[in-house]
Design a protein around this ligand. Structure first.
Ligand code: ADP
Ligand code: MG
Length: 354
């Protein structure tokens, strides 16, 4: 196992700069997830750690070694891809053994490692099958088995669950997390799915257009997003954003451009009249007699909770309530944002104010 350090790393394809100076420290044994929308540079960064893409600027360290010029097979990493990349003409056992055979490892050692990995992943009964005889989830497990057999310093995963259906994705998420708790191998995992990131990571790195927007523990990002991008990206359904102005004074409040006055606990000194974006998560509204008057637009019960789209002035807000809602579209309900859980962002820069 080893730490991974990414220092001011840049990448250009021809004259197009796609990674603009990224710094990430990954501790030995940590499970770090790079998350962000498609095209933000996650795979490129992962491929630079793997050595599959050269580094235009900065430094990548694995353990205490700078690996910029070290070829992939000497970096002691194992990568798992979205498309599994299994050899179709080889059995499960041979797919898993392949890298060790290439290295001329002794046969008993290969057998012992393959059988151990198969045990960890529940593949014992499938060792003689070919990839075409496996389900998507089983193939993904073989791809992980192949990585485990190599017992690398670092696991690199690039969207390994994207080809699986929703139910299997949830199951594999748990399996990968369990696997990490067991093996404690340093892991860098790329996904565009913020739920995967929230549920699996020790540390999340939110990327956007080739930069790091914020990095931290999942609940840190949820509780204190540094800017509008992270606030909108982390959490599902997304945070509601309302444009307007701060009204400071003894009892501060937020006056929405779309109509309505929302509660605020505190306002920074000198912020009266300041244009801001008021952020409130759907799950942070309550039904309350002293709440804001809102017109019901859509009610979506899921059983455990009810999602309601309601309008304050011309602003549509998504709210989630634990209780069941009998109100019909067009009727009025009273909803209260919890002022302790409100986020305020600078309207210009998008940076968090409070
Ligand atoms: N080989 C390449 N040549 C030119 N541009 C590339 C190449 N690979 C990736 N890119 C560009 O780099 C950016 C980041 O891509 P990528 O790392 O694949 O994003 P992600 O994995 O976050 O979806 C994209 O704009 C993509 O078009
Ligand atoms: Mg990608």
């Amino acid at each position: 196992m080893a730490s991974v350090e990414i220092r001011d790393v840049r990448k250009a394809f021809g004259s197009t700069q796609v990674i603009h100076g990224v710094n990430i420290e990954i501790e030995d044994g940590e499970f770090v997830i790079l998350v962000g929308p498609s095209g933000c540079g996650k795979s490129t960064l992962l491929r630079m750690i793997a050595g599959l893409e050269n580094i235009s600027g900065g430094e990548v360290r694995i353990g205490d070694r700078v690996v910029n010029d070290v070829p992939p097979k000497e970096r002691d990493i194992a990568m798992v891809f979205q498309n599994y990349a299994l050899y179709p003409h080889m059995t499960v056992a041979d797919n898993m053994a392949f890298s060790m055979k290439l290295r001329n490892a002794p046969k008993p050692e290969i057998e012992q490692r393959v059988s151990k990995a198969a045990g960890i992943l529940g593949l014992e009964k499938l060792l003689d099958r070919y990839p075409r005889q496996l389900s998507g989830g089983q193939r993904q497990r073989v791809a992980m088995g192949r990585a485990i057999v190599r017992d690398p310093q670092v696991f690199l995963f690039d969207e390994p669950l994207s080809n699986l259906d929703a139910k299997l994705r949830v199951q594999m998420r748990t399996e990968i997390k369990e696997l990490h708790q067991r093996l404690k191998t340093t892991t860098v995992y790329v996904t565009h799915d913020q739920i995967e990131a929230m549920t699996m990571a020790d540390k999340i790195v939110v990327m956007h257009d080739g930069i790091v927007e914020q990095m931290g523990a999942p609940l840190e990002l949820y509780d204190r997003p540094a800017n509008l991008f992270v606030a909108g990206f982390i959490g599902s359904p997304s945070m509601n954003f309302v444009k307007g102005k701060i009204r400071a004074g003894a009892q501060p409040s937020f006056e929405a451009d779309t109509g309505g006055v929302y509660p605020l606990n505190t306002a920074p000194a000198g912020s009266d009249g300041m244009p801001v974006v008021y952020g409130i998560r759907p799950e942070h509204f309550q039904l309350a007699d002293n709440g804001l008057s809102a017109e019901v637009v859509v009610v979506e019960p899921t059983g455990s909770e009810t999602q309601v789209v309601a309008k304050i002035g011309t602003q549509e807000l998504v709210c989630i309530f634990r209780e069941r809602i009998t109100a019909k579209p067009g009727e009025t309900i009273r909803i209260a944002p919890d002022p302790n859980l409100v986020h305020v962002f600078d309207a210009q820069s998008g940076a968090r104010i409070s």
